[in-house]
Design a protein around this ligand. Structure first.
Ligand code: NAD
Ligand code: TYD
Length: 348
């Protein structure tokens, strides 16, 4: 290893860095740690988009590799070349609805991919492995909040595959003393989120005058965190977190889906000078749809972290970004995504 995991100048291998959170993290991290080196390993699935990092392509401390985290031989070559101090595993199949239709890729990337990264990272004696996980592994909770030691109770193939990965990371830590940390974050939103997820879907459909599908009665609750707050939490955890530990990351900004959708539609209506509230369309519920997610993140907050974005402010920022970056999403919605969308909802 070139440096210790906690030194100021580090080589950080990020997987899934061409996706939503990974790209936001790389930009955030390089801005704050300009001497560090970031290696981005991404397969570029439908959700991976090199345009998400166009502004830092020329940064000499940034290196991109198109590779599958399931491919140990390729990973070994990348590790040998750069000898990373830290691995942050964002790479995943991430959309619950897709996991219901076609679970296989979720098992491959989220479970086998995590295993293969763990193996190579262990073989190479990496200083720290940070597994980016989700509140969905705990399942749904009627009242109260899950703590890091709450039992896992995943309800979708996506959540089960992420829980499987968490279990492997835990086992590597317990069995081999491998220095790994798990973070579990609430629902993210913000720039560069793929338009299949609720918040960008609502913004884009509203701008396009398309119906906005709300599953079931719209009373499912999620805790929404602005992506920059997730990035600051991860940075703090990999600098100050303790290997073997799990850290919940949440904002406390819990809302019913219908409330979120109405807020966005009202904001968009004001911006475009046209009432789009009538686009709300209640549709058949998602199978196994978790009613409510809620986590207690007091462990992380005791380390000095707190979110910087109130939901209303973050939503306005996000709407502005999607309005100012139409080309980014127009290219996406004219491609493969559209076929998926039409399979899900029919042509609209
Ligand atoms: P995303 O779908 O936008 O991006 C995933 C990225 O991983 C893409 O760039 C994709 O090309 C890449 N990828 C997929 N399979 C790969 C493979 N086999 N090898 C290499 N790269 C591969 O997802 P996201 O929303 O940015 O989520 C990132 C991580 O954060 C995931 O692990 C997800 O489970 C977790 N997470 C997401 C949220 C959320 O609200 N989005 C909340 C908590 C945790
Ligand atoms: P989503 O963004 O898919 O995140 P997750 O399922 O990981 O929480 O969905 C957020 C919530 O919005 C969830 O309760 C499902 C609901 N939803 C809709 O009502 N309509 C939609 O079109 C989508 C994509 C989600």
């Amino acid at each position: 290893m070139t440096q210790t995991a906690h030194s100021a100048k580090q080589t950080v291998l990020v997987t899934g860095g061409a996706g939503f959170i990974g790209s936001n993290f790389i930009r955030y991290f390089l801005r704050r740690n300009p001497l560090s080196i970031v290696i981005n390993v991404d397969k570029l699935t439908y959700a991976g988009n090199p345009e998400n990092l166009k502004d830092i392509e020329e940064n000499e401390n940034y290196h991109f590799f198109r590779a599958d985290i399931c491919d140990k031989a390729v990973l070994r070559g990348i590790f040998d070349k750069y000898m990373p101090d830290v691995v942050i595993n964002f790479a995943a199949e991430s959309h619950v609805d897709r996991s219901i239709i076609e679970p296989e890729e979720f098992l491959k990337t989220n479970i086998y991919g995590t295993y293969s990264l763990l193996e190579i990272a262990r073989e190479k004696g990496i200083g720290l492995f940070l597994q980016v996980s989700t509140d969905e592994v705990y399942g749904s909770i009627e009242s109260g909040s899950f703590r890091e030691d709450s039992p896992l109770s995943p309800n979708s193939p996506y959540a089960a595959s992420k829980a499987g990965a968490d279990m492997l990371v835990r086992a590597y830590n317990k069995t081999y003393g491998f220095p790994a940390i798990i973070t579990r974050c609430a629902n993210n939103y913000g720039p560069y989120q793929f338009p299949e997820k609720l918040i960008p879907l609502v913004i884009i459909n509203a701008l396009n005058g398309k119906l906005v599908p709300i599953y079931g009665d719209g009373k499912n609750r999620r805790d929404w965190i602005y992506v920059a707050d997730h990035c600051s939490a991860i940075e703090l955890i990999f600098k100050k977190g303790v290997p073997g530990e799990i850290y919940n990351i949440d904002s406390g900004e819990e809302r019913e889906n219908i409330e979120v959708v109405k807020m966005i539609l009202k904001e968009v209506s004001e911006r475009i000078g046209k009432d789009v509230i009538s686009l709300i369309n209640f549709v058949k519920d998602r199978p196994g749809h978790d009613r409510r997610y809620s986590m207690d993140s007091s462990k992380l907050r005791a380390m000095g972290w707190s979110p910087s974005y109130f939901f209303e402010y973050g939503i306005r920022q996000t709407i502005d970004w999607y309005m100012e970056n139409r080309q980014w999403w127009q290219r996406i919605i004219s491609g493969e995504y559209m076929q998926y969308y039409e399979r899900q909802y029919g042509a609209r």
